[in-house]
Design a protein around this ligand. Structure first.
Ligand SMILES: [Zn+2]
Length: 351
C-alpha cells in the first residue's frame, strides 16, 4: 500500500455535494439522449472542459433537464454512491438538493425526496453508506422563495431530511447572507439544522462568515475560506468550533486559487479550524471524493495525520443521529488503525 492508497481508503463522510452533481457522466449522456436534451458535444472528454460560464451552464442545466422521472432520480442517487465508494471509500453523505429546480419541471417536493430516498436506501443496503438530505435555498431566487421552500419542507416531514443549506450559482456581485435570515430562522425554530455557503471567494467578505455564525446561527459553514483573511472573524470561528466543509477542486475551478501550502484551506487547517473535504459538484468539475484527498490534499502541504483529522471531522460534523455517528466513528478509528499498520509494513518498519 502506498500513500495514495492510504488517502483513497480513509473512510469518508461527504457533507457538501449537490445531488445532481453526483450523476455518473455516462448516465448524464444517456438520459440527455433519451430525453432529447441538447448538449454542446457528446464527447465525454470535451463536454466537461469549459471555455467559460456559458459552457458550464449548458451542462449544468442539461443535467437537471435530463431528470424527468422518479426512477431516473433513484438511479442517479444509487450510482452516485456506488462510484464514490469505489473512488474514495465513502461511508456517509449528505446531499444538497434544490426543490425549486425540480418543481419547474413538475416534480414536487415529496416526490423528489422520496425518489432520492429510494435510490439512497438501496445503496445504503448494498454498500452500507448512510445518508441525509439537505434541501437548499436557490440563491438566484428572491428571499421569499427561500422561506416558501422551508415551509414546503416543514409541511412534508421526512426522516432523512436533516436541515437546510444553499444551492445554485454563486452571485457574481456578492451576497449578503442576511437576505435569507427569515428562511434560516424558520428552519431553526422547527428543529432543522442549518448550513450556508459563505465567504467562498473574493467578492464575499470575511464578515459574511460572522453573519452566518451570529445571525443565521448555522451549525456548519460551506466553503468559508475568507475566514482566514480577518483575524477577528477567525478568532470567532475558532471559539464557535463550527465545522467548515471545504471543496478543493471546485474552488480551484471557480476561484482560480492554485494549490499550495498558502492556500486558504491549508491556512484554515493550520489555524486549527475544524475542516473537512467534499466535492461540491463532482461531475461538473471532473472530481470525486477520492481525488480531493489523493490529489488536492498533498498539494496544499497537508500530510497523512491532517488527512485523518479532515476525514474524521466529516463524521463528527454529520447530522445523523448520535448512535449512527458513534458507529461510524468507531468504524473509522478501526480502519485507520489498520491502514496505519499496513502503511508501516509496506514502507519498511518504522518508516
Ligand atoms: Zn456548493
Amino acid at each position: 500500500m502506498n500513500r495514495d492508497d492510504y488517502l483513497r481508503l480513509i473512510p469518508k463522510a461527504e457533507l457538501h455535494c449537490h445531488f445532481v452533481s453526483t450523476m455518473r457522466v455516462s448516465t448524464l449522456l444517456e438520459l440527455c439522449a433519451e430525453h432529447r436534451v441538447p448538449l454542446r458535444t457528446d464527447d465525454l472528454d470535451s463536454l466537461l472542459d469549459y471555455e467559460g460560464l456559458p459552457d458550464f451552464l449548458d451542462v449544468f442545466n442539461a443535467a437537471h433537464h435530463a431528470l424527468t422521472r422518479g426512477d431516473e432520480i433513484a438511479r442517479v442517487a444509487y450510482e452516485g454512491v456506488e462510484d464514490a465508494v469505489r473512488s474514495g471509500n465513502l461511508r456517509y453523505r449528505e446531499y444538497f438538493v434544490n426543490p425549486d429546480n425540480f418543481a419547474d419541471r413538475g416534480i414536487d417536493y415529496p416526490s423528489l425526496i422520496d425518489a432520492m430516498s429510494d435510490g439512497l436506501l438501496q445503496a445504503e443496503r448494498d454498500f452500507g453508506v448512510g445518508f441525509g438530505i439537505v434541501p437548499s435555498i436557490n440563491r438566484s431566487l428572491p428571499a421569499s422563495a427561500a422561506t416558501q421552500m422551508v415551509r414546503t419542507v416543514l409541511d412534508h416531514p421526512r426522516d432523512r431530511v436533516l436541515g437546510i443549506g444553499k444551492d445554485d450559482i454563486t452571485p457574481e456581485r456578492g451576497e449578503d447572507p442576511r437576505r435569507f435570515a427569515e428562511a434560516y430562522a424558520l428552519a431553526r425554530r422547527h428543529g432543522l439544522r442549518t448550513t450556508a455557503h459563505v465567504g467562498e471567494n473574493l467578492t464575499m467578505p470575511p464578515e459574511n462568515v460572522l453573519i452566518a455564525l451570529d445571525e443565521l446561527q448555522v451549525d456548519r459553514v460551506d466553503h468559508g475560506y475568507r475566514v482566514v483573511d480577518d483575524e477577528a472573524v477567525l478568532e470567532r470561528a475558532l471559539d464557535a468550533g463550527v465545522p467548515f466543509v471545504c471543496t478543493p477542486h471546485s474552488t480551484a475551478m471557480l476561484s482560480g486559487w492554485e494549490f499550495s501550502d498558502a492556500h486558504r484551506i491549508a491556512r484554515m487547517v493550520d489555524a486549527g479550524l475544524r475542516v473537512t473535504f467534499a466535492t461540491d459538484d463532482a461531475v461538473f468539475f471532473k472530481t470525486d471524493i477520492g481525488k480531493e484527498y489523493v490529489e488536492a490534499l498533498p498539494r496544499m502541504g497537508l500530510d497523512l495525520p491532517d488527512a485523518v483529522r479532515i476525514a474524521r471531522t466529516g463524521f463528527e460534523a454529520a447530522w445523523c443521529d448520535d448512535a449512527e455517528r458513534s458507529r461510524l466513528l468507531a468504524d473509522f478509528d478501526g480502519l485507520v488503525t489498520a491502514l496505519n499498520a499496513a502503511l508501516r509494513d509496506s514502507e519498511g518498519h518504522g518508516a
